[in-house]
Design a protein around this ligand. Structure first.
Ligand code: ATP
Ligand code: MG
Length: 386
């Protein structure tokens, strides 16, 4: 008998010639999450983790669940392909449920040499369980417990739980993008969604010391750390933004402050992206959420850069984004009440229908190149690990 984790990943993207590439990348990601390459191996279209102590199991499952590209996992017991042994193990699994629990046996036989087919295994094992336990009942339609038995090449696997994993595609199969990470609710969700499609995430945060303090900075680091459970290590650039904001504040019209600031954020993010080979920018903007996110404002924002800007939450309501944030575990940190750089230099009546000519004329008084070069010089770069 041996305890192990059985991990499923059979997804559409695995079809065709790219299969070995995806499988190897996914195996690498699982090994990184587990932190011990030796204990993870691939066998007939699945991954297995073995050789861990039982008290480590819950923590291991927590880490593996976050690996993009995985479908589900099951803590399982592997036995020889001997029917009596399989039945004895199944009995122990059923007995973990209180008497009175309804159950059924679900069997899968991929090793065709085994003497029973799937139907027969389910029937025979079911009969065995009824005979060797007391107080349990079979319910094939709505059972409270399912005893799974799989007969595969390397052995028989018995388990009861099928735990859903994060889905998506393995990080590293779809290029790299630069995420504008604020301390808010939306941008961590946006980063999660892009990474879920296999994109490596690098992040940039604009920081307005001394208007925003150490706690606001730490909050962003904490958010990046929470995200990194899914995305893997994140390179986080912290850009000192106060000088740029002050200049915009002093020299540009009130109504355009936020937009011009947004355009500077984009330009700096683009410079950082180009240096690190990121092919797109990502933000947590959603149409109409605030003045700077009207269609007109988004168009003007995009006009400041030539890289594409991806906005995965563009069509989501705030409540939907909040639900996502709770699901991925960033919500509680995002709502901590520390000042954000945008709430410090905020206009009373921001423009919602800016025109490009107006923006360009107002911005013209600033020495963009010098301001950006200066901000990049003062940028601090950290590696954030899960
Ligand atoms: P979030 O909840 O992500 O902060 P929000 O609803 O507060 O979003 P805004 O503050 O208008 O919206 O920001 C819109 C987007 O601009 C953010 O999702 C983020 O991508 C980017 N952004 C805003 N402030 C910063 C910042 N200080 N550093 C980095 N990116 C930022
Ligand atoms: Mg914000």
């Amino acid at each position: 008998l041996e305890h192990l984790l059985l991990i499923r990943y059979g997804e559409i993207y695995l079809k065709g010639q790219n299969r070995p590439f995806f499988e190897n990348l996914l195996l690498k990601r699982v090994r990184e999450a587990v932190g011990d390459a030796e204990s993870v191996f691939k066998n007939d279209g699945r991954f297995y983790v073995q050789g861990y102590a039982e008290q480590e199991e819950a923590a291991l499952i927590g880490k593996i669940k976050c690996v993009f590209g995985l479908h589900s996992l099951s803590p399982a017991i592997r036995t020889e392909k001997d029917f009596d042994t399989i039945c004895a193990v199944s009995t122990e699994l059923l007995k973990q449920y209180p008497a009175g629990t309804t159950f059924k046996v679900e069997a899968k036989r991929s090793d065709k040499r085994f003497r029973y087919d799937s139907m027969e295994i389910a029937r025979e094992a079911g009969a065995y369980l009824l005979e060797h336990t007391e107080g349990y009942m079979v319910d094939v339609h709505h059972p409270a417990a399912v005893i799974h038995i799989e007969i595969r090449d390397a052995g028989a696997y018995c388990y009861t739980q099928v735990i859903p994993c994060a889905g998506g595609m393995p990080v590293g199969c779809s290029g790299k993008a630069m995420l504008l990470l604020s301390g808010g609710i939306d941008s961590p969700v946006a980063g999660y969604m892009i990474a879920k499609r296999g994109v490596v995430i690098e992040a940039v945060h604009y920081y307005s010391f001394p208007y925003t303090g150490e706690k606001a900075r730490q909050k962003v680091i904490d958010l990046a750390k929470l995200m990194s459970r899914y995305t893997g290590p994140i390179r986080l650039h912290i850009v000192h933004f106060t000088d740029i904001q002050t200049q915009i504040y002093e020299k540009c019209p009130q109504t355009l402050l936020t937009l011009i600031m947004r355009r500077y954020m984009m330009r700096i993010a683009e410079e950082l992206a180009q240096k690190s080979g990121a092919q797109a920018l990502v933000t947590g903007e959603s149409i109409g959420q605030v003045a700077s996110q009207t269609m007109e404002s988004l168009v003007v924002t995009d006009g400041s850069v030539s890289l594409p800007v991806f906005r995965p939450v563009i069509g989501m309501d705030k409540v939907e984004i909040m639900d996502y944030a709770r699901k991925i575990g960033t919500y509680e940190t995002s709502i901590l009440p520390y000042e954000d750089c945008c709430t410090v230099f905020v206009a009373k009546h921001p423009s919602t229908k800016p025109r490009m000519e107006e923006i360009e004329k107002s911005e013209g008084v600033l020495d963009a190149e010098a301001m950006i070069a200066d901000a990049l010089n003062k940028t601090e770069t950290l590696w954030i690990q899960p």
